[in-house]
Ligand binder design. Sequence first.
Ligand code: ZN
Ligand code: ZN
Length: 104
Amino acid sequence: MVATICKICGSDKEWERCWIGCEEGYYDGYDDDPLWYEPGDMIPCSACNGKGGFWICPNVADEQHRAFFEDERNRLRASTESPALPGIASQVEIPLASGPESGA
Ligand SMILES: [Zn+2]
Ligand SMILES: [Zn+2]
């Protein structure tokens, strides 16, 4: 496991265990959905993507970091709410793939 550097302030990040209490990135699927899983079926944790935790910057609560994440959130919201993409897609005829793609 290699420590990572915070891209905002350059500090060494610290390893935080996953907050939902998975075991090394996996949890018992039976606890989540008894219809689909047998007791002991270990499935990858979706909160930490099977990593078991997160690298967190020790300064993550300071002003610099809050501003950064706020920025990030605004960008995300702008890109998901923007009508530009679906608008363009509906105006442009998307040609069907030409030629068979078999045998390649
Ligand atoms: Zn940082
Ligand atoms: Zn987890």
